[in-house]
Design a protein around this ligand. Structure first.
Ligand code: HEC
Ligand code: HEC
Ligand code: HEC
Ligand code: HEC
Length: 151
């Protein structure tokens, strides 16, 4: 066997392992996603104070006509031109920090913190919409993080 072929077979073998263990990026997406990516300490307290945020992925893309690249971007933050069926990385694959460090005065918030990335995406767009007079895109904490304790 020549060297090239060996390398190729090795690569294929690795690819199979990745697929088998589910470590590859996803090509399918459910109509709505339960946003339960973080393993925040708060979540391990029982019972949790708020329910997981439910994100209506399909509605956002189809009914609200937001382009894929408004939310999905590459490693440099550049918008991705996607279509249904494309392989897409999860936000948490890059926004890997699950704990929010205390922000020092005057310090920019760390966008690699998942919570900041989510709020930067979801909340910033909703806030901009609210300024334009839209009342249906939630901006208050409790509208997305629905309380499990308050009635
Ligand atoms: C309003 C923001 C938004 C829009 C618009 C959007 N997505 Fe997403 N998408 C997300 C979020 C948030 C997730 C969940 C990410 C995660 O799992 O970390 C996601 C998940 C996905 C996943 C699943 C990834 C996985 O590994 O489970 C795919 C595939 C996907 N989107 C494709 C698309 C395509 C194609 C479009 C355009 C037709 C699109 N998305 C439009 C925000 C968006
Ligand atoms: C391939 C890695 C990668 C993935 C996947 C990824 N991000 Fe990012 N994201 C980055 C990087 C790197 C930056 C910082 C870019 C910069 O410095 O301009 C960033 C920046 C951001 C910002 C700040 C943008 C701005 O204009 O200030 C937001 C908000 C964000 N990401 C949300 C998300 C969301 C939501 C998802 C999933 C739907 C996601 N990211 C998926 C790497 C990624
Ligand atoms: C680029 C803009 C944009 C981004 C990014 C975005 N949204 Fe929205 N969102 C909208 C619009 C537009 C509506 C619908 C307003 C209307 O009905 O007129 C909406 C509505 C909603 C609603 C209420 C209606 C429904 O479909 O459930 C929820 C909850 C919501 N968004 C959650 C999220 C979450 C969670 C994220 C981040 C993962 C997110 N949104 C990201 C634009 C955005
Ligand atoms: C548009 C919807 C939306 C709004 C409004 C919003 N968040 Fe979030 N928030 C999210 C999403 C989505 C995540 C990511 C959850 C995940 O992936 O696990 C998140 C994550 C968090 C987390 C870390 C995860 C957890 O559940 O402990 C905290 C804390 C949090 N938000 C607090 C707040 C507070 C406080 C406010 C109001 C100032 C707020 N959020 C407003 C959507 C929202």
């Amino acid at each position: 066997m020549n060297k090239k072929l060996v390398t190729l077979l090795l690569a294929a073998g690795i690819a199979v392992i990745f697929i088998a263990t589910g470590l590859q990026a996803g090509t399918t997406v459910s109509d709505s996603i339960t946003m339960d990516y973080n393993k925040y300490k708060k979540r391990t307290k029982t019972p949790p104070k708020t329910a997981y945020v439910v994100f209506t992925h399909k509605k956002h893309a189809e009914d609200y006509k937001i382009s894929c690249g408004d939310c999905h971007h590459d490693k440099d933050g550049k918008p991705l031109a996607l279509k249904t069926g494309d392989n897409v990385q999860k936000c948490v694959e890059c926004h890997t920090k699950l704990e929010k460090a205390k922000q020092k005065k005057g310090e920019k918030e760390d966008i690699l913190v998942l919570e900041n990335a989510m709020h930067g995406n979801c909340v910033d767009c909703h806030k901009a919409l609210k300024k334009e007079g839209n009342k249906n895109a939630p901006t208050a904490c409790g509208q997305c993080h629905v309380s499990l304790t308050k009635k």
